[in-house]
Write a protein of this length. Structure first.
Length: 227
């Protein structure tokens, strides 16, 4: 198994108990939706996986590594093994599409020949090969999210975390993004996707983990948004 939460509790400094003894696992190659109302604890799960936060109690294993014990100095290397897609894209505004995706390779010291080989291939996957030289500020929201996706998967991460990736997109564009994500998942990447988009969850028929008030209330294979 690739992700394992064991009795994870997270209490923030202000006393908010975001997660209460949460346990679940995600197998390699799964596609899992995490759903629930605002404040239910969904984003806390992604922050814990990214090691932006530490659990108050419990254990978290990612690919058999206890990430709660990773030294701070080694966190950048751990995070490079994760692909992350956010609702607000988080692109480099002064750069082109090619440069934004290439950046993820450059920070790990990839040789230029690898950059020249990999970036066009992944841009082709997300349907943006023809816009490689366009600045990201000139793209639509859907196109910017495609760039974000390309950057997230360029290093072939075993896990792709998506936090409301379609939240700022119209329904047609959101569907296109989900089709790309489904294709990425079929290639072997494990996807954990936080969302409020009930129509997408109902359409995709993937595993659904529902959280309410920091507690998992449903874990359903081929689930829908409202059980």
């Amino acid at each position: 198994m690739l992700i394992l939460f064991t009795n994870v509790t997270k209490i923030f400094d202000n006393g908010t108990e975001a997660l209460k003894e949460v346990s679940f696992y995600v197998e390699r190659g799964e596609f899992v939706f995490v759903i629930g109302s605002s404040g239910a604890g969904k984003s806390t799960i992604t922050k814990l996986i990214m090691r932006e936060e530490l659990p108050t109690e419990g254990g978290i294993l990612i690919n058999n590594t206890d990430i709660t014990k990773i030294p701070r100095s080694e966190l950048p290397y751990y995070r490079r093994k994760l692909g992350v897609v956010f609702q607000d894209f988080r692109l480099l505004p002064g750069k082109t599409v090619f440069e934004n995706v290439a950046f993820a390779l450059q920070v790990i010291g990839a040789p230029k020949r690898e950059v020249r080989r990999k970036v066009p291939a992944v841009l082709n996957l997300v349907g943006l090969a023809h816009k490689a030289k366009v600045r990201v500020t000139e793209l639509s929201g859907g196109e910017q999210q495609r760039v974000s996706l390309a950057r997230a998967i360029i290093n072939n991460p075993p896990v792709l975390l998506c936090d409301e990736p379609t939240g700022n997109l119209d329904p047609v564009t959101a569907l296109e993004i989900m089709q790309i994500l489904n294709q990425i998942n079929k290639s072997g990447t494990t996807i954990l996707l936080v969302t409020h988009a009930s129509d997408i969850v109902d359409m995709m028929k993937k595993r659904v983990i529902e959280i309410q008030d920091g507690i998992i209330v449903r874990d359903q294979k081929q689930g829908v948004y409202s059980a």
